[in-house]
Design a protein. Sequence first.
Length: 736
Amino acid sequence: MENFKIDVDSDGIALITFDVPGRSMNTITASVVRDLYEIANKIKTDAAIKGAVFASGKESGFCAGADLGEMNERGAAAGGKEPKTEDEKLKAQFERGFGLNKVYRELETCGKPVAVAIEGLALGGGLELCLATHYRVAADNPKIKLGLPESKVGLLPGAGGTQRLPRLIGVQNAAMMILQGQDKSPQEAKGLGFVNELAPAGQTIAAAKAWVKANPKAVAPWDVKGYKVKDGPYTPGGAMMSVGGNAMVSKQTNLNYPAQRNILSCIYEGVQVPIDAALRIESRYFLKTAATPQARGMIRSLFVSMQALGKGGNRPEGFAPYNVKKVAVLGAGLMGAGIAYVQAKAGIETILLDVSQESAEKGKAYSKRIVDKDISRGKTTKEKGDELLARITPSTDYSLISGADLVVEAVFENPALKAEVTKKAEAYLAATAVFGSNTSTLPITGLAEASVRPKNFIGIHFFSPVERMGLVELIRGKQTTDETVAKAIDYVLKIRKTPIIVNDHRGFYTSRCFGTYPQEGIEMLMEGIAPAIIENVGRQCGMPMGPLEVSDSVGLDTALKIGKTNAELNQQDYKKDPRAALLSWIVEDKGRVGRKGGKGYYEYGEDGKPTRIWPELSQKIEVKVKECPPELKAELTKRYLFRQCIEVARCFEEGVITDPRDADVGSILAWGFAPYSGGCVSYIDLFWGTAKFVEEADRLAERYGERFRPNKLLRDMAAKGESFYERFGGKQKAAA
Ligand code: NAI
């Protein structure tokens, strides 16, 4: 056996130590499943074994669950071609070795007592193994996480979790835990009833063995004759759960996440029947869920790719690690202040420069506010907070830049000013250090002209609020070297954010693609679709806000400015364009600049939250479509999502973005593109396939305009039946 070690003691109790070779954490692979069958059989048939205790041989914990990387790869097996029919898909899933549900049941019914000693985290399939034993002893350490997080990647617990947990802790508690993917501490788990005993750290094995010895005839409660689930659907509490749970899931997910519905169905159907039938029901729902494009896309982007990018998966090879210890931030405004905070939190000495000492101090005060809040909520200690703040030096003195490994420039969006501060800063900067600009719109190659070493110049584009947004878009200028990219990635990883790499273009990758969403909203407005429909469908198709609310947040004056610049570039009178004319009326005549001014497409309450659509909008726009039957909703959904995806395809064709993982992860983290899809690229690849996507985009183009017309790249891929991950996947091809 590869992954477990068995030691039988003098009492006949087998200690089964889970220790996957060559890994820092135990995960469940096909090979682990095979071993478990052998173990179940040995416990059952070996007369010398009286009972068994599972434990982990790893410091890192008991088990983190199924190996999603392996699952993702198996999904792409068979030459990267997908099983076509529903039946083929289910069969393929089944053959992938996920007989986990069955083997756990074999352990549970082996006829001898089995317990588990939990000294560290047990998640997903790892916790399900624990639930399938007869007795769970956990170390008395509140930091240990016990949970079923499958729903976070579009899956459901498929190894008994949806059946054993409700039987142990009640339907309502279990449904909440599983739907939300929450984890619990051992103390909470004991309170709820899915941990039986707490023992001091290091003593769980002894406690588990003692229990096994004292309970030679143990069986699971649901295997005792006459067992019935206490709060099934036909009890008052259970009935409330069935009805209320459905309503809650529908409201929160807009039915975009099949796993959520399937979890509820699994529990509802499963708790009404004996456990063996219940587990079969769960397996069916699991296989159905795992075969959805949602699960495939979410596992790939939100887990596998995020993890890869978080470990520098897109870092150019061959450069020594760059240990960033000191960074100067130019400009202590909204962005500079946030950047200073995340750096100081990551232990980086930070020089925060602005035009006056007062402005620089104001920037540092931003960090103080966050630290104070964290202290008051018990998230950090006063000592740690003070250390963090001591790392930030607010100043006006550029000579303090000496010795910095990197500069992040975040002054006003003005090319002349940016050129000036670049020169000023470089006078003190070591020749090997990197200069990064946080510009949101200005081409990097142009800004690099002010630099004496454009090879070390790069765009480091943060998102607001910096401390909450997990993505950083790195933009290569024409002269930026691979070494500079590698150094910038090391910096981004050090401040615990996810880097994506793009090439220089107006709006880079994120702003350019994201911009098409509010633009499509305006198109709908011009067509006379009621604003409420435009906004609701936007949210229902998985975007974080409606397109009009997004425009208000970005600033209508900014949108107008971009419209004017584009018109100038095309030598057009912007007022001749009805969309620009509408914007100009709202901004210039009515003085409504969006959320920051307290009025835009929406009216805002004192708390800054939108209260209702500005009624006067109807003076300019005649509302012709006031109802939204399902066909219209489906059509508007397609318009929103296709529009963004087609822009992403254009970015690939123009070489603005080159790695599908960057494109997918970037679309979700930067602008919240429908996370259930796995991102823009996965939406094309997994929900449509390029051929069908092109066909549908052509139809949209005929009906609504050339903005939907597929580009040459898409047509070429459609003709070859190629996916983005196949064509651009490189190293990740296998995971397509
Ligand atoms: P801001 O207006 O809040 O801050 C700019 C700061 O730069 C001010 O504190 C100003 O006093 C300071 N400054 C001006 N001249 C300076 C000089 N010579 N030396 C040092 N400091 C100087 O602007 P914000 O929003 O922080 O934006 C900064 C940059 O980040 C801009 O390029 C912007 O396009 C970009 N950006 C902004 C995002 C946002 O959501 N606000 C998102 C991503 C990028």
